[in-house]
Write a new protein. Structure first.
Length: 255
């Protein structure tokens, strides 16, 4: 009887431990919403407003495409004074350029605010997306990046990054095409944004669970067309690893 009672207590401990750690403490990186779809034409700089309100403490990831001779995004600002950074860029001569930028929202943006994106020179914007995530590190969040170019848009790769610094990270793939895209097929391991394609740009995201190099693929419906691709990874906030946390607590109590 005593053995049976002890077994019940142990089983209850395991169940409560799993629920408490996995559902209370370990939120990890989460896709929140699509904040804006950028204009598909316009000279630098362009200004736009969020389509929905954002949350303080979250991150925004910007994917932007343009055409210009070696021109990429050089800076991003907003009317609340948040500090943006440009993480990964790639230009394919004068026909296709892609950029990925990010910001930690010390102050939330609303639909009344504006965001300004500036290119490094004379160029024309060709579409982009602004996506919101929670659970990303508040400092030094960008980890590893890579970029690539090519001439066959039916078989694209972002190029390989160095190994990620931790298991729990977000990775973003983005591609820009020489012409207006007819369709975009993401890497099979990635998830679509709310808007899969905008103008000449397509992108997707993936939430990682293990350390390793990252090299995403993609394909536009436009055959044999010049393209540029980029990839960037973002570290999860400290402590967002439910599997390892549960393992340590269980082994501390019963190992």
């Amino acid at each position: 009887m005593k053995f049976k009672t002890l077994s019940i207590y142990i089983a209850i401990f395991f169940i409560l431990n799993y629920v408490f750690i996995n559902h209370v403490f370990a939120s990890g990186i989460t896709y929140v919403q699509e904040v804006a779809v950028l204009p598909t034409s316009g000279a630098s700089p362009i200004t736009f407003s969020p389509a929905s309100n954002t949350t303080k403490g979250n991150h925004l990831i910007l994917l932007a495409s343009d055409t210009g001779s070696g021109i990429v995004v050089s800076s991003v600002t907003d009317t609340k004074g948040n500090t943006w950074q440009v993480d990964s860029t790639q230009a394919n001569t004068s026909v296709a350029s892609i950029s990925i930028a990010s910001v930690y929202l010390t102050t939330a943006l609303t639909t009344s605010d504006t965001i300004t994106v500036t290119l490094s020179g004379a160029g024309t914007f060709r579409g982009g997306l602004l996506e919101e995530y929670s659970g990303i590190a508040t400092t030094s969040w960008n980890d590893v990046n890579a970029s690539n170019t090519g001439a066959d848009s039916t078989s694209m790769t972002t190029g390989a990054t160095a190994a990620t610094g931790q298991a729990n990270e977000l990775t973003i793939e983005a591609f820009c095409l020489q012409a207006t895209a007819t369709s975009f097929a993401k890497d099979t391991n990635y998830s679509n944004f709310t808007t899969q394609i905008d103008g000449r740009m397509g992108g997707a995201y993936r939430i990682l669970t293990s350390i390793g190099t990252q090299n995403a693929t993609g394909a536009f419906g436009n055959a044999s067309t010049n393209w540029a691709g980029a990839i960037a990874t973002y570290k999860a906030a400290a402590g967002a690893n439910p599997a390892s946390s549960t393992y340590q607590l269980v082994n501390y109590g019963f190992g």
